[in-house]
Each structure stands twice: as C-alpha cells, then as structure tokens.
Design a protein. Structure first.
Length: 243
C-alpha cells in the first residue's frame, strides 16, 4: 500500500522475490535472541528461585516509581538514576513477558538488523527512559510501580514504521531492514504508516479508557507505550546508519 512509486528497484526485487514460502518461520538476529533469553532468565529467577522478600527488594530498587522524583534526590539512594532503564528488564507475570516477546520478535528483529547491537543498546535505554518520562508527566509523584519492556517494544514499533513498509505494502521479515527510511513528513503522508499508527494509537487510547484491561486502565502504563512509540518514530533517524 506504499504510495511512493520512486523507490529503488532493489526494494521491489526483494519484495517480489521474498515469497512467504522462502522466509524462515523463526529467524532472529543473535543479539535479539540473547536479549529475549536474558529477559526470560530474569523472570524465571524471580519467580522460581528468589524468596519473595528479595524479589520485593529487587522491585523497589529496579522498578520505576514516579514518586521517586517528587522527593529530593540527595535524600534517597541512586535507584532514581538507573530505574528508568532497569524497569524494562522486569515483568509482572509470564503472560506479560510473553506478550512483549511476541511483539519484540515482530518489530525488534528488523530494527536490530538495521542498526546493530551497539546502537540498539543506546536505543533501548533512551526509549525506555522516554516511555516512563511521559508516564511520569501524567502520574507525577504517584506510588505506581512500572515494570516491563512495553515502552521499548513501542519504540521498536515507532522506529519500524519509518522503514518496514515496502512499495507493494508487504512487510518482508528477511528484507524489511533494507528499505529506504522515510522522512517524517513522508511517513505521515504514507497510507500504510498512517493506518498502522492510527490503529496503534486507537488501541492504546482504548486501553487508557479501561477497554481490553480487566484490571482497569491503571493496570497498564499506556502513557509509557505512547512515549516509547513517539521516541522511536520521531528520533529513529539519529540511530539509523543508512542514508
């Protein structure tokens, strides 16, 4: 559904040559596989090995709490410094973790293939921080525990929206990372990007209203999702080595 007819021939050739039967069902970059195993290992350790008291200490020291920033930083420990990143390695349940892994496989793989692990490490940290920054703007001073890689996953989605859509409208798992990166103005005029982003934002706004969330709107940090997506969409060009 790409409107741009001036795309380079290699993109078109890749898209036509990469039929579904030729794409492996499971083919992840090694770095992303390592990240997923790391997330699984952390949650397994917290769930099956560590006693509840120690796990609570981990949550207090490494989860994100907006209330930290409503108190003088000099009067507390250094958790305020690293928790805007470390919270993204913790998850509230196996369902929470599996849900994030699913979307990280779908959108993280092309981003990792495109920017490499070095840039990915910086992207992960900054998108995680941007996600909870917007969340904090809506929940300043509140004692709300935020965990999960959803903000980073949303950053992957925003970044991927800048390049994954091929001229034919398909998304090739193998070759999407080779597409031309669309400028922001061109992305906002691209039908595929607008539909994708529109559905994504609508879903998160409905989550914010309590739809799809049995525990209520407060059980999901949907503002963090939006913060991560906007970071990835607007600032991906800073991490993208391709001209």
């Amino acid at each position: 559904m790409e409107r741009d007819q001036a795309a380079t021939p290699p993109e078109t050739d890749r898209d036509s040559a990469a039929g579904p039967s030729r794409e492996p069902a499971f083919n992840l970059p090694a770095g992303l596989t390592g990240i997923l195993l790391f997330l699984i290992a952390i949650h397994a350790l917290r769930t099956y090995v560590l006693p509840p008291a120690i796990d609570q200490e981990i949550i207090f020291n490494f989860a994100f709490l907006p209330a930290r920033y409503d108190h003088p930083l000099a009067e507390q420990g250094l958790a305020w410094l690293w928790s805007p990143i470390t919270y993204s390695f913790l998850h509230g349940s196996w369902e929470h973790l599996i849900f994030n892994i699913f979307w990280m496989v779908a959108f993280g793989a092309p981003v990792v293939r495109r920017i490499g692990m070095g840039r990915l490490a910086v992207f992960w940290c900054l998108s995680a921080a941007a996600a909870v920054a917007l969340h904090t703007a809506f929940h300043w001073g509140e004692m709300i525990v935020v965990v999960g890689a959803s903000g980073v996953v949303s950053g992957f989605m925003g970044a991927a929206a800048r390049f994954v859509f091929s001229p034919s409208g398909r998304i090739s798992r193998q070759f999407a990372h080779l597409n031309r990166r669309l400028p922001i103005s061109e992305s906002l005029a691209n039908r595929s990007v607008v539909i994708f982003a529109g559905i994504w934002f609508l879903t998160n706004f409905l989550i914010g209203l309590g739809v799809f969330t049995p525990g209520g709107a407060g059980s999901i940090a949907w503002e963090a999702h939006i913060g991560g997506f906007l970071f990835g969409f607007l600032l991906f060009g800073l991490f993208d080595p391709r001209d």
